[in-house]
Design a binder for this molecule. Structure first.
Ligand code: MD3
Ligand code: FE
Length: 211
């Protein structure tokens, strides 16, 4: 089952089976540990995000990518995660924006953890210097995801529930759409993936910064 909630945005429910979800949760647990572990991102305006984030490959420091956080090197972006992202883009059949020479080559992952009260306001992801798609994997409790338009934070938007195991790929015209997470539905995640409450989301991106 595949749906296209907006041009270039592809949703594949249940793309990750329970075994794959369990492996990703286990990987997130290791990535979350210090040094350069999971934290609430501080915004330049003084706010603090309710979501907690750990970055691989490059660290997202609003609003740019850097290699270090608190003086510690960012954890590496593993090859197996790039391979998973390539399979995801191929299965979703979204143009990878690289032409025919090898496919999607992400070098950054942002891992977001949402407790029952966490939200993410509508925003655009404009800090990557590449037109390549963003790949998102959802794990644990269901999140209500709002996909807006490319012009502003207002309507039209489409709300969709992202469940554990779902794949979303944002390419083409959707790449610069406003989007956010309006709420988490506690107690909806599956048993057996090693996540006891809350929602994890992993996004893969190409920073466009090279090595
Ligand atoms: C649509 N994360 O980390 S993932 C983010 O569920 C972020 O944690 C949300 O937005 C989360 O920046 C949403 C889905 C997603 C990610 C990137 C997009 C949707 C997108 C970029 C463009 C359009
Ligand atoms: Fe985003």
């Amino acid at each position: 089952p595949r749906s296209e909630p907006a041009p270039g945005a592809v949703h594949v429910p249940g793309w990750l089976d329970i075994a794959a979800q369990r492996l990703l949760v286990e990987a997130c647990r290791a990535w979350a540990r210090p040094p350069a572990g999971m934290r609430h991102t501080r915004l330049p305006g003084g706010g603090v995000m309710s979501v907690q984030t750990v970055c691989l490959g490059w660290h997202w420091e609003p609003y740019r990518y850097v290699r270090h956080v608190d003086g510690q090197a960012v954890k590496p972006f593993p090859r197996w995660l790039a391979d998973l992202g390539r399979r995801a883009v191929a299965d979703a059949a979204v143009a990878d924006a690289y032409g025919d020479d090898g496919g999607y080559r992400p070098d950054v992952a942002l891992v977001n953890f949402y407790d029952a009260a966490a939200k993410m306001g509508l925003h655009q992801d404009r800090d990557e210097r590449s037109p390549a798609p963003v790949v998102s994997f959802s794990l644990g409790d269901t999140g209500v995801f709002r996909l807006g338009n490319t012009e502003n934070r207002g309507r039209p938007w489409t709300d969709l529930e992202l469940e554990s195991g779902d794949l979303l790929v944002f390419g083409g015209p959707s790449r610069l759409a406003y989007h956010g997470v309006t709420k988490i539905l506690p107690g909806t995640g599956p048993r057996g993936i090693g996540l006891d409450g809350g929602r994890l989301n992993i996004t893969l991106r190409d920073s466009g910064l090279g090595d």
